[in-house]
Design a protein around this ligand. Sequence first.
Ligand code: F6P
Length: 482
Amino acid sequence: MASTGGAEVLVASNRGPVSYEVRSDDAGGGALHAKRGGGGLVSGLSAIGPDANAVWVCAALSDGDREAVRRAEGGRLPVTDTGGQQVRMLDIDAGVFSDAYNGIANSVLWFVHHMLYQTPLEPVFDAEFRRQWGAYEAYNRAFAEALAKEAAEGAAVVIQDYHLALAPRMLRRLRPDLRIGHFSHTPWAPPDYFRLLPDDIAAELLGGILGADHAAFLTRRWADAFVDCCHAVLGPGIPAADPSSGGTRIGVHGLGADADFLRKRSHEPDVEERMRALREEIGEGRKTIVRVDRTELSKNIVRGLLAYRQLLDDHPEWRERVVHVAFAYPSRQDLAVYRDYTAEVQRVADDINSVYGTAGWTPVVLHVKDDFARSLAAYRLADVALVNPIRDGMNLVAKEIPVVSDEGCVLVLSREAGAFEELGEDAVVVNPYDIGGTADALARALALPEGERAERCKRLAAAATALPPAAWFLEQLGALGG
Ligand code: F6P
């Protein structure tokens, strides 16, 4: 089933490097507008260069994407839209896609790995769950079949994330000649929590990933949790302790920040302009506590705001002298629980401003419209960076802020973020559930002497850039013998 002249390197992920929007043109028709995304995979893939004979397989996520697939010649998107990358976007039936993505990936697997359920009432694994699980299998099969068709004999395939946990085994069955890797960008749940899942589903997920030659994670903690789940669900010998016996090898590759890109991009004119605007919102001579997140339930933005309120109560000397700059950008708005959470973030921020604010001081500056240049501006201005997720695969914001910060910032970091493994020593560490503890940490961070703050920040930046995206991607390929 290998295609002649097929790709030597393949990447598979739900979200691809480009998205499309249909905009009506003057003639009343629909013009397609392409928007390129960023992130670790996009810059990682650039490491192998345009001549590497690589293909990225991803899903169409919107009507605009579907239209782009229909217009694509030979199934490949125009390279002018993708930054030179060969991209095959899969037009999976919209209902199947929604059940797989919203129903299973985001409402079950994300919740399990981030331990987000309110367990007295959820999860409920009923007939509707089983129906959606069928869609998740079909979605994974569509990827496995596309990869099998696109890959040259013996090619390396790196499959990304919880959306595609079943694809490695499916692909292995179709193409035993391929070298297959799977990479998890989320945490992995400990066995007691993972076993909330019905036994057959738990076994299918683990077995799906074990179809890969190499299963990789962002930290040792998540890799160990995966192995513990395999032992608890599949049996003590799985995966085989001795990789030479042909089992799946387990790897850890801690994706780092892209220092060169960030330092250059954060000094461009649009960032400078946003710094001026932010300075005005913040006010002269005030310190800043900065956070930048997609509004995920796991990011713990509401408790961050409550801790800031506690700081203003416990340390009234900081009133008028500090501003919490919180950027909470939209995410997964198809899910009601995300929409509700977003509204709660706004409500708590408004409440703090109305209780504590004065004529010349807005205690919380909240922005909810995604703006990368403004995020970089806030990174540069940060005195304190607040990164307090309930649980997080890595959290790249924790790594990016110290790299970009102008004056050196103090990182207040949750011990449940993957980044804690590499940055914990030089951060002020918090239990993300402890509001009082987080308020104390913010107070300590604000008061840290300048010299110590600069020294810590330098060490944080060095640790944060130890494995930049290009090297991270090459490690994944290297682990497949490529
Ligand atoms: O941030 C963790 C992560 O799993 C990324 O690897 C992935 O791109 C993202 O979450 C998925 O988010 P979305 O649902 O917006 O595509």
